[in-house]
Design a binder for this molecule. Sequence first.
Ligand code: AMP
Length: 348
Amino acid sequence: MIEDLLKHYNEPTIATVCSHSSLQIFDGARKEGFKTLGIALKKPPKFYDAFPLAKPDEFMVVERYSEIADRRNELIRQDAIVIPHGSFVEYMGAERFRELEVPTFGNRKVLEWESDRKKERQWLEGAGITMPAQYSLDEVDRPVIVKYHGAKGGSSFFIANNREEIEKRVDTTQEFTIQEFVPGTRYYIHYFYSPISEDGYRLSKGTLEVLGIDRRVESNIDEIYRLGSINELAKLGINPSFVVTGNLPLVLRESLLPKVFEMGEKVVEESLKLFGGVIGPFCLETICTEDLEFKVFEISARIVAGTNLFISGSPYADLIEKGLSTGKRIAKEIRKAMDEGRLDEVVT
Ligand code: AMP
């Protein structure tokens, strides 16, 4: 179906929802000579006027995100290729997004593996990646983080030291997992997998790049220490929360880069076996322990907002091409696939 549509595409328009990493996506698309379309809720966001280089050529205004599916003909008429980002998938709903009959960059089969915590673990552990240990309530013998299914971070996660603390706080009406709280430093590594490229860090098929690394800034956990120790604050009813408010740039010790590439490689190779590959940008959310071992607590299988730091390149992306952002890298992949008649290998 999508393959048939692609056969009639001449000059794609890059479309995405006006949120998350859209400024970067539009900027990158324009740099590669594509037309751009911003999908806006109710009306175009005014703040886009402040950033002329990243403002899309046109807007498509919708009353609710579910309307995007109903307006597929309008999108297809413009040869639209939709770029998914975290907010796009969340606003539309993973199920609706998967069924959207508009060409979409990347492999939408990944959603099934990423949005279910059990399948995510099956994918990553199957790849040989170390993840934080998971416990049942009886097994808890160290600090843990309790995560509700479906919730992405946010204020609802909590840290506990033992079974009693969990029982006191947990909302049993929701599904949750209990995970080892890994002490260490967090690195969110931005990878890009191209199944159609041959130059660079080669995999069994295609190549793997690292375009940047960030760390999420989370309120209030990141600065709670300013008020006192977590245990003392808990007695006052003040608990850590994990609401993402921004991102900081990071680089890793150069000696850790081989491990970073090995992790990315394993994740891609396993994804090729399981569902045809995690195509385009993805991010491993890791904690590096004092033994210099990485534990991966989550994967995001699309552009992450931390890449917004690197709209003009990064210490890694600049060694591939000066000023390369993830948004531009996506546009370059689409351009190359178009030129080689291989659009159906990166767009599904
Ligand atoms: P997540 O929604 O899984 O990305 O988790 C939200 C935040 O909780 C992360 O950005 C980390 O700050 C923290 N976190 C998640 N899992 C762990 C873990 N196993 N150990 C320590 N911190 C974690």
